[in-house]
Design a protein around this ligand. Sequence first.
Ligand SMILES: [Zn+2]
Ligand SMILES: [Zn+2]
Length: 245
Amino acid sequence: MDATYTTKEAAAILEIGQHTVIHHIRRGNLPATKHGRDWSITKHDLDAFIQQRRTPGRPPTHKVCSRCHIEKPMDAYASKSTEKWGKQNACRACQSLHYQEQRANGTWRDAEHLRIYKRTYYAAHKEYYSKKHREWIAKNRDTWNAWRRAWGRTPIGNASNRQRLLSRRARLKTTQNDLTRAQIQDLMQRQRHCAYCKKKFSATLPATIDHVIPLSKNGPHTLSNIVLSCQPCNSSKGNQLRYLL
Ligand SMILES: [Zn+2]
Ligand SMILES: [Zn+2]
């Protein structure tokens, strides 16, 4: 006898919601027999359904809302790029009701709140995420190295890598070091020209991080002591403070 599945089991196999499975049964896309309060689907029918789903077709014109379970045209759903067919699971009406409920019962969270929430969550689970990250890198070494190289070739990536090197050096030399990568990236957005010769930075004339008071003269590794300069100006300045005069 052929194996049978409940709608819940079928939903898990198909990686879709149970309501969507029931919807397909009601529309006759998926043959099933009523079995108590649930449906029973044979393995043969489920396999045929999977096969049919794999065949590329046109995007659907309608889908079932995950909240009100009413079939509605696709433009009744707001966009959501991560979902299949680029639409939210709940229709606009249900979604807006849901937001209203959240506002009423005080569970509504604005974007700023979410940002803080995500940041604290990440900070609390940093171990977990960096472990995941290291595992991913170990598995995808080539992809990762290619990304790293491509990132190093972009102006911001280049400056960022230099900042890391400098930070490491600065940590050994001075206790005053609180320059972050974000600060450098922000500076890169604002300062497009060399602080000394005023030439515009480009791929052939990349920006370098320059300590106004050099690290060797106990200058701090902080934003207030940093300017962007081109490589020739940076190396000609060396350890001398003449540009300050
Ligand atoms: Zn709805
Ligand atoms: Zn210059």
